[in-house]
Design a protein around this ligand. Sequence first.
Ligand SMILES: *[C@@H]1O[C@H](CO)[C@@H](O)[C@H](O)[C@H]1NC(C)=O
Ligand SMILES: *[C@@H]1O[C@H](CO)[C@@H](O)[C@H](O)[C@H]1NC(C)=O
Ligand SMILES: *[C@@H]1O[C@H](CO)[C@@H](O)[C@H](O)[C@H]1NC(C)=O
Ligand SMILES: *[C@@H]1O[C@H](CO)[C@@H](O)[C@H](O)[C@H]1NC(C)=O
Ligand SMILES: *[C@@H]1O[C@H](CO)[C@@H](O)[C@H](O)[C@H]1NC(C)=O
Ligand SMILES: *[C@@H]1O[C@H](CO)[C@@H](O)[C@H](O)[C@H]1NC(C)=O
Ligand SMILES: *[C@@H]1O[C@H](CO)[C@@H](O)[C@H](O)[C@H]1NC(C)=O
Length: 285
Amino acid sequence: MLMVPKNLYFIFVLVIILNLITIRVSQDILSPIICDGNANFTISSTYENNLDDALSSLMSDTSIRYGFSNRSVGQTPNQANVIALCRGDIEPVDCRGCINEASARIRDTCPNQNGAVGWYIDTCMLRYSNVTILGTNPDTSRVRELINTSNATNVDQFNQALNQLLDQLRTEASSGGSLRKYATNNTNGPGTTRIFGYMQCTPDLSENQCYSCLDSAANAIDKGRRGARVYYPSCTVRYESSKFLNDTVDLAPPSPPPTQSSPPPPPSSPSGKHLLDTFNLNYAT
Ligand SMILES: *[C@@H]1O[C@H](CO)[C@@H](O)[C@H](O)[C@H]1NC(C)=O
Ligand SMILES: *[C@@H]1O[C@H](CO)[C@@H](O)[C@H](O)[C@H]1NC(C)=O
Ligand SMILES: *[C@@H]1O[C@H](CO)[C@@H](O)[C@H](O)[C@H]1NC(C)=O
Ligand SMILES: *[C@@H]1O[C@H](CO)[C@@H](O)[C@H](O)[C@H]1NC(C)=O
Ligand SMILES: *[C@@H]1O[C@H](CO)[C@@H](O)[C@H](O)[C@H]1NC(C)=O
Ligand SMILES: *[C@@H]1O[C@H](CO)[C@@H](O)[C@H](O)[C@H]1NC(C)=O
Ligand SMILES: *[C@@H]1O[C@H](CO)[C@@H](O)[C@H](O)[C@H]1NC(C)=O
C-alpha cells in the first residue's frame, strides 16, 4: 500500500526535475555564452580579483543611461576590461538586473577564462578580457545565431522588403553617435505581414566600424524565416514577423526637452520571457 504513493511521488519529482532541465536548456539557448579558451587565470590571482572588482563596479553602476557601460581595473597584463550593452529599449533598472544575471552566468560558465562574452535573453550583452576592448575593431570571429525555424510565406518578396529594412537600419544605427548606436523600424512584408527589425552596435565603435560590423551581421543572418538574430560581441541584428521591442520606452540621447504628458500605457505585447514558450529556435554557431 505504501509503494503506490511512493512511486507516484517519485514520478512527480522526476517530472518536476525534467521540467526544470527543459527550462534551463531553453534559457541557455536564448542566452549563449562564449568563453575564450586561449588564456586562463588561476583562482584568486590578481587578474581574477581585478575582474571581480570590475564586474561588481559595473553591476552597481546606477548611472547607466543609454545602455552602455565599461570598467577597467588593474594594470597590464592583469588589467580586467569589462563592457556591457543593453538593448536600446531596456530601462536602466532592467538593464542593471540583466547585467547582474549575465555576469553570474558567464562567471559560472567560464570559471577561469581570461575573456568571455555572453548575451542574456536578447536583453543585454556582457564581455570581458585582459586585452583592451574599447574602440578596437569589431570582433566578428565569434558569433551566435538564433533562428525561428518557421519560414516566411513568399520568401522572395519577404527578403526584398527585409533587405531594404536592414539597409536603412544599418545606416541609421551606425550614424548614431558616441552614446548610442541603435536603430529600429518596421516595414510591409508580403500580403498583410509586417517585418520588424533592429540593429545595435557598442557605441565605442566608430561609424565605419559599426557599419562594417552590421554589414557582416546582415550578410550572416538567415533570411526568409519568420525571425532570426545574429549576435556578435560588437553588434547585433534581429528581425521578426511580429513586434518584439518595447516602443513605449524612448531612451534616445541627447535628452529631448522633458515631456510634460505621462507616457501612454504599454501595449500587451509578449515580454522576452514569453519567447521561451513560443519561439521554436535552432541554435547555430
Ligand atoms: C583553459 O581552461 C579550460 C578549462 O577550464 C581548458 O579547456 C583550456 O584548454 C585551457 N586553456 C589553456 C590555454 O590552458
Ligand atoms: C568608460 O567608462 C568611463 C567611466 O568608468 C567613462 O568616463 C567613459 O566615458 C566610458 N567610455 C565609453 C566609451 O563609454
Ligand atoms: C592577457 O593574458 C594572457 C595570458 O595570461 C597573456 O599572455 C597576454 O599577454 C595578456 N594580454 C594583455 C594585453 O595583458
Ligand atoms: C524553410 O526553408 C529552408 C531553406 O530556405 C528549408 O531547408 C526548410 O525545409 C524550410 N522549412 C520548412 C518547414 O518549410
Ligand atoms: C522607417 O521605414 C520607413 C520605410 O518603410 C521610412 O519611410 C522611415 O523613414 C523609417 N523611419 C525611420 C525613423 O528611419
Ligand atoms: C515597456 O516598458 C515599460 C517601462 O519600463 C514597462 O512598464 C512595460 O512593462 C514594458 N512593456 C513590455 C511589453 O515589456
Ligand atoms: C516564430 O514562428 C512562429 C510560427 O510562424 C510564430 O508563431 C512565432 O510567433 C514566431 N516567434 C516570434 C518570436 O516571432
